[in-house]
Design a protein around this ligand. Structure first.
Ligand code: FE
Ligand code: FE
Ligand code: ZN
Length: 278
């Protein structure tokens, strides 16, 4: 069965998200670990988490995905900003120890004029420091559109980061379909070729999740504006090929399309109806 969910608001806690996921026929979900702009996280509600874990077990909610605040920049120019990214991610990972099996996704960062090489060096350093503490959560690098000075706009950059990390067994990759398309990977006309390239450069064993989004912009636009499924330049046919592709079909898919719950529900039902039994 297709393993699919969407991004949910975390403000009402884990049990609430679990129930919301169930109400829209999702088997999983993604959430921000705190205010996406990167504020202070609320203290963990262990009772809510215990209730959620029981609920998830009873309703077969699969591996969920935590998303770091998108404003964090592990390769910022200012040391203070890098330090903030570090303490925030460290705190997130400590908290995630309470949610076994969850994965943690983050945007590698923007080099802000320091150059790709220095950006990659700083991200690598950040991850090596982070993994000095032992965490059980797998950390995912998200593929980026290459807007501004974003690192992670091509598979080579992602791989360079991974190679520089000592505990790379802790790392995986989350492929965002809007981002890779905007970065110039033609998943519409050559999905096989793109996945072959991913495999050659990074290795498909690292691919742990897919953000399934359509794109408002054209191939290689480096824009990063998500569209609803089938309403963007990627289109429904390509989406259907992706969810059914032999190399992708077992992965969890997360919608980050511009929707409220009702719209997510429709997209989940649509994609489930177009998933071919294995
Ligand atoms: Fe993201
Ligand atoms: Fe994404
Ligand atoms: Zn995006």
């Amino acid at each position: 069965m297709l393993n699919i969910g969407c991004h949910l608001s975390c403000t009402k806690g884990f049990l609430h998200m679990g129930k919301e996921a169930l109400s829209i026929d999702a088997d999983t979900f993604q959430f921000f670990t705190r205010n996406p702009r990167g504020g202070k996280a609320k203290p963990l509600d262990l009772e809510d988490i215990a209730k959620y874990l029981e609920f998830a077990k009873n309703h077969e909610i699969k591996q969920i995905l935590a998303h770091a605040p998108y404003t964090l920049n592990p390769c910022a120019k200012e040391e203070g900003l890098r330090g903030f990214a570090f303490t925030t991610m460290q705190d997130d990972l400590r908290r995630l120890e309470h949610i076994p099996g969850a994965m943690y996704n983050f945007h590698p960062g923007s080099h802000v004029g320091q150059g790709e090489k220095e950006g990659i060096r700083l991200i690598t350093e950040h991850l090596n420091r982070l993994f000095e503490e032992e965490f059980s959560t797998t950390v995912l690098l998200e593929t980026m559109a290459g807007k501004g000075s974003e690192i992670g706009r091509c598979f080579e950059e992602i791989q360079e980061i991974i190679e520089g990390v000592e505990h790379r067994e802790k790392l995986g990759v989350c492929m965002d379909t809007c981002h890779v398309f905007d970065a110039g990977y033609d998943i519409v006309n050559d999905l096989d070729g793109v996945l072959k390239e991913f495999d050659k450069i990074i290795g498909l064993k690292r691919l742990k999740a897919v953000h399934i989004n359509d794109s408002m912009n054209t191939l290689g636009s480096h824009k990063d504006r998500h569209a609803k499924i089938g309403e963007g330049k990627i289109g429904l046919k390509a989406m259907v090929r992706m969810i059914n592709h032999e190399k992708l079909r077992e992965l969890p898919f997360y919608l980050e399309t511009p929707n409220e719950l009702e719209g997510y529900h429709k997209e989940i039902l649509l994609l489930k109806s177009l998933y071919k039994a294995g």
